[in-house]
Design a protein around this ligand. Sequence first.
Ligand code: ADP
Length: 253
Amino acid sequence: LSRRLNMPKVEDEVGRLAMTFDEMLDRLETSFKKERQFTSDASHELRTPLAVIRALAEETLMGARSEEEFRDTLEDILKETTNMQNMVSQLLLLTRGDEGRYQLEMENIDLKIVIEDVMGEMEAMAGQYGVNLYFQAEKSVVVKGDQTLLTRLFMNLIDNAIKYNTEGGWVKVTLHEAKGFARIIVKDSGIGIPKEDIPHVFDRFYRVDRSRSSDGTGLGLSIVQWIVKIHNGQIYVKSRPGEGTEFEILLPL
Ligand code: ADP
């Protein structure tokens, strides 16, 4: 791929063709590089929990242990396995998206219902974190979309808004129509994102601070971004450390 035509820059048809060809090669090369990086990151991310599971199992086999210790180890192993399972299904979804293999099922979706359902499902988790959930929508807003993906989109955003929050905090979701778009705001009173990290939060495997959440994968927002893109939408993020974060999503009506 590193071979280039490198024709002298002439403004005739052949010259333009050569330039187009070189640009295509550049783009292909970037895309291959990205793919290699993705595979290498994924392997690395999966190796860590595997090593933990192996060490836990070995340690338990070697030493004589009480039943309680056995149980504790099994619980740790179960937790690591669940995390791995999550990561693998997220990876599969992203890979399918990359390869254009995701079977989109576009239908009329009432976002008010989708968001209400997601918030209902997240209520128990919010309770565990001591976070209050609020949803405000004047009326139904209907878009053409894939129900499974749009549900995933709000799940991931609200899950983060709860996870990266503080006891007694809140998550407010609003839904409106604005200039041919459905406009959804997911706002939280949480810990916020440092300015220098904001440009990277949609990157695959990017996590601001690994100690903030032990069960994160860094893939949630990459999936959100892909879902928004596949629906021809837009997403913006604003955040201030210690004050909270706001995601704005625009989906064409
Ligand atoms: P993760 O699995 O780590 O949550 P995401 O891709 O969903 O991965 O998010 C990437 C990073 O962005 C997270 O690790 C977290 O540090 C930060 N982040 C995402 N949403 C929020 C939020 N609502 N408040 C504060 N930080 C957030």
